[in-house]
Write a protein that binds this ligand. Sequence first.
Ligand code: ZN
Length: 462
Amino acid sequence: MRLTSYGAALGVTGSCHLLEIGDARFLLDCGIFQGEGQGERNEEPLPFDPKSIDALIVSHAHLDHIGRIPLLIKAGFRGRIISTRPTYELARISLLDSARILDYDARRANRKRAKGEPRVEPLYEEEDVLETLDMWNEYLEYDRAFAVGDELEITAMDAGHILGSSFLCMTLTEGATRKKMIFSGDLGNVDKPIIRDPFVPPEADIVLLESTYGDRNHQPFSNTRREIVEAINETIARNGNVMIPSFALERAQELLYVLYEAWRDGELPKHAHIYLDSPMAIDATRIFTRHPDCYDEETVALASSGGNPFRFDALTYSRHTDESMRINNHSAGAIIIAGSGMLTGGRILHHLRRNLHREECSVIFCGYQATGTLGRKIVEGELQVEIMQHIIPVRSQVHTINGFSGHAGQDTLTWWAKQTNAKKILLVHGETRAKEALGTHLAKETRTTDISVMPFGEPIEL
Ligand code: ZN
């Protein structure tokens, strides 16, 4: 039995781990590399033979865990694809959106190329995604064992990271040898709206553990909630509009939950207009409404008392462009949630173009802003920025609100790892500093003596 990491080994993206048990070969996730200077890594041929893989098991629907699956299929993978049902549904909208963006970018690049110059080909196309989705038709249920084959049995447990996310508890069998291994996927932060906290894991021999926030803890979510409501109220009192750049999956729905509660409890003015101005976020919200089985206790209680954070008087969904443009009629009192989360594109740019120069307005960032993105420039205090070929002075109030992170902080990771009583912990999915800090902390706080950082492309005997 051996495990080899082909992504999320050195950094946090491109999650992809090959599990070999005898002649059987399984892949855990197949994510895309993201961030500055990482894009080219996706163009490289996959470092294993995709035709030889029997099954791919997917932990959750973020692109850094699923984004290379269409490439896998393009390269000849014909095995099974297995995940929870909400993961499949969210992956569907995410991969189709990704194919549209790749197509748009390739067309735009080709328009600039002279005749005879080689054409830019998108990494994959919508057809590859449709092919992927056709093959993705086996579903895990939380807490229920699923036999992938004689060599591998999996029980998915709620990872509390995004809707449908799971950590995978596996029994590996090779002849008379049996091992228990857990792949953490991405573990969630505690006390987040809508979804549950990560489940308590069972005991295991080996744990493959994410470490994104292995070097720090998050502020309590109640502080986050208070800060965002305050920032909105100050803006509305100044007669401004609020712009909240957001990812379409999970973050947008959590924001709606927070805004709904504040509006219902009279903490936001009753005349506030909340807009979800993103077709993809609207599609994702629909998937959330279809899976109340994934809600935490508070959200279940809310739903049974007739409350609905996804449908209330102050909330408007703007699916079509003309609906989005109508938001411009508000010079004040609008709370606009739109993508993209780091301002790398999307409708939020139109709202910024109209409002960013107005000092009574505000931009509320509640997600990580990567180096080089427009979001990062605004957060770092640039006095003017370029948006859609226009130079716009930054006069709006800029708020950065922490605590929305979907990842477990150091204490939660440690608590979780401790429950597994693992003999061996392999750290993945973190920057070097985070992995080192978590490794040191785990060595002190758990009984595990064998803690190491998973190398890239080097098989580890289990
Ligand atoms: Zn994730």
